[in-house]
Design a protein around this ligand. Structure first.
Ligand SMILES: C[S@@+](CC[C@H](N)C(=O)[O-])C[C@H]1O[C@@H](n2cnc3c(N)ncnc32)[C@H](O)[C@@H]1O
Length: 332
């Protein structure tokens, strides 16, 4: 039943609306539909249309309800946003593409998905349309591969110790969610009282299992292509790795000078986007009070200056070490 789904608080919703201005109508792409918080708000303005994507097929239930309410103005696709370029957009005038990264409240509460360290049973962490699960990663990758995942995707200082302990422990028996939590708690010596000991390892595994780095890179590139002149690309991130990628990508398409040794020719060309506010938007005190998990949210946006479709980007080169780590999953 729909009413059983734990309610997700749409983070930075007012700020998103003030940036994409749906009051003037137009077509918007919501790349991370979730519970449809952004989508429903956009559709509440006359003359708008929303194409929404989500990798989690469980979103379909809420999407069907919104479809009934806004019949011809809403389409939902159970697709990953890296597949944005597969949408047949028939020269649609796309005015905004929005990403609200990470997971929804219903997903973290979904025991089957096992995204939370309070979950029980087999390791999983698949958000939808995946190739492998956290169970295979933890029980099959080498110590060095696990260490790199924990260090680079979770910024975990004790990555090596935890990876080695996993190898010892899994020889005795397969590791499940609660065993992994206990193992991390026992192994970590440097305690941080602000966050749970397992937070960083769980974040790292989620990023790895869902290939969140290549998803983001491909999603950002496709979004930049499909937007039309004056269209807005807006991204809400929840951790430093995501924000670093978005910040770099936005800078590389909006600044005229080369920011990378890989693309010296950037000096010559006009930029495709403009950035009006350098600093990211963050939640108001009111929102922080109402929804504690929004505390790490950062919203960045940029505006397209013309209708060009093609542009050069060195983003895959810049983050190639992260893609190499993600590729450990290819053999699973
Ligand atoms: C933070 S929630 C979005 C919440 C939404 N803005 C709302 O107001 O209800 C993130 C959603 O993005 C989806 N998601 C994450 N990565 C994705 C990807 N690569 N492609 C498509 N959907 C993705 C998740 O399944 C989740 O439902």
């Amino acid at each position: 039943m729909l009413s059983d789904i734990p309610k997700h608080y749409p983070v930075l919703l007012n700020e998103i609306i003030s940036i994409i201005t749906p009051q003037h109508g137009g077509t918007f792409i919501d790349c991370t539909f979730g519970q449809g918080g952004y989508t429903e708000k956009i559709l509440s303005f006359k003359g708008t249309k929303v194409i929404a994507l989500d990798r989690d097929k469980k979103c379909k239930e809420i999407a069907d309800k919104i479809s009934k309410k806004f019949e011809n103005r809403f389409v939902f696709k159970n697709k990953k946003f890296s597949q944005l370029n597969h949408l047949k957009l028939k020269n649609e005038n796309i005015k905004g593409v929005i990403f609200d990264l990470g997971f929804s409240y219903s997903q973290i509460k979904d025991v089957e998905k096992g995204l939370s360290f309070n979950s029980e049973g087999e390791l999983n962490m698949q958000m939808g349309i995946n190739e492998f699960s956290a169970k295979e990663a933890i029980n099959m990758l080498s110590a060095l591969e696990l260490e790199k995942i924990f260090k680079f995707f979770g910024e975990e200082n004790e990555a090596k110790k935890i990876a080695n302990q996993i190898i010892i422990s899994r020889k005795k028996k397969e590791i499940d969610t609660q065993e992994l939590v206990k193992l991390i708690e026992k192994t970590k010596t440097k305690k941080n009282f602000k966050i749970h000991s397992a937070t960083k390892i769980f974040q790292a595994l989620r990023i790895f299992v869902n290939k969140e780095i290549s998803e983001l890179l491909n999603g950002l590139i496709s979004a930049s292509k499909i937007l039309k002149k004056d269209g807005v690309l807006a991204v809400v991130t929840f951790h430093s790795l995501e924000d670093k990628i978005v910040k770099y990508f936005f800078k590389s398409l909006s600044e005229n000078k080369s920011i990378s040794r890989y693309l010296p020719q950037l000096n010559q060309r006009e930029t495709l986007f403009k950035i009006l506010e350098k600093k990211p938007k963050t939640p108001s005190l009111k929102e922080l009070k109402e929804n504690i998990p929004s505390r790490s949210a950062k919203l960045r946006y940029m505006i397209k200056k013309d209708n060009s479709y093609n542009f050069e980007t060195d983003i895959f080169n810049e983050f190639r070490n992260l893609i190499e780590i993600e590729n450990f999953g290819n053999k699973l």
